[in-house]
Design a protein around this ligand. Structure first.
Ligand SMILES: Cc1cc2nc3c(=O)[nH]c(=O)nc-3n(C[C@H](O)[C@H](O)[C@H](O)COP(=O)(O)OP(=O)(O)OC[C@H]3O[C@@H](n4cnc5c(N)ncnc54)[C@H](O)[C@@H]3O)c2cc1C
Length: 248
């Protein structure tokens, strides 16, 4: 199947690639992409999950979710069934598989909080950290503990946090926050806020968001990232680490 990642991805930048539709019987080392809301896909041996991994269900008191399921669908299911802990997904784009791989979250909430297993392997077999987990296999299905009590006040809190974020196409935060600091603060202090690289640039609203002003290219993104890392390192001695995933 041909996919134009300049249309598919949230930053609206990427290449047109032949991708394989992957299931647990035909996986052959492809890089699995979910919704590309955290990935710049310029080249590579890319796989997308088969549609059979798009489901949310409760079985034997456990929430079972296919990795292709959109976060929004899991959020709606949790809300409809009065399940707590997934409120932050109301404002988190992407798929459940990608979110588990990234250990995505907002404020104190991360998707691994109530996670029980990945592909039926117990969570204790994996390490989770800040926007990190050490899972290297394709994620097909995950299971979560059910905690009753969907909290609508949290949804409003997350919406308020989002109000200040750039509306232009992006991949969310470009860099991870270094220990005891903020990537956005360092980028701003290095004069990168609002700086453009071709058709992309570090947003005027939030310096850690690299936004596409229209017609941005993979090279524009790579140039912006390399320049920012170099400048921040030269000025502050901090080597920023990408939060986004780059397949180039
Ligand atoms: C406007 C905006 C705001 C955002 N805000 C936040 C935020 O507040 N907090 C936050 O944590 N993130 C945020 N993000 C980033 C993004 O929403 C999350 O990282 C999301 O969970 C990524 O899901 P995805 O399906 O798009 O992953 P992708 O971008 O498709 O993939 C991300 C990584 O996971 C791997 N992967 C994807 N699916 C699988 C699978 N099934 N099996 C194995 N590996 C897989 C990919 O290879 C890649 O390495 C934001 C993004 C945008 C655009």
């Amino acid at each position: 199947m041909r996919v134009d990642f300049a249309k598919f991805s949230s930053i609206k930048i990427g290449s047109v690639l032949d991708v394989k539709i992957v299931d647990d019987g035909n996986y052959d080392n492809e890089i699995i992409i979910g919704r590309a809301t955290n990935s710049l896909v310029c080249s590579g041996n890319i796989g997308l999950l088969d549609d059979k991994y798009d489901f949310v269900t409760i079985k034997d008191g456990i929430l079972r979710v296919g990795a292709k399921t959109k976060n929004a669908k899991l959020y709606n299911f949790a809300k409809a069934h009065n399940i707590g802990g997934f409120e932050f997904l109301s404002k988190l784009p992407g798929s459940v598989g990608g979110s588990v791989r990234m250990n995505a979250g907002m404020k104190d909430w991360v998707i691994s909080t109530y996670l029980l297993s990945v592909n039926s392997i117990d969570k204790s077999q994996f390490e989770f950290g800040y926007r990190y987990c050490n899972i290297t296999m394709p994620i097909f299905e995950v299971a979560f503990e059910i905690h009753q009590g969907f909290d609508i006040t949290k949804v409003q809190e997350f919406a308020n946090m989002r109000a200040l974020q750039p509306k232009l196409p992006s991949l969310g935060s470009t860099f991870k926050n270094p220990p005891n600091d903020y990537a956005g603060r360092l980028l701003e202090a290095a004069g990168l806020k609002g700086e453009r690289f071709g058709n992309v640039g570090f947003s005027q609203q939030h310096a850690n968001f690299l936004v596409n002003y229209g017609g941005g290219s993979c090279d524009d993104v790579l140039c912006a990232i390399a320049t920012a890392k170099k400048r921040v390192f030269e000025m502050f001695g901090v080597m920023l680490q990408e939060e986004i995933k780059i397949y180039n």
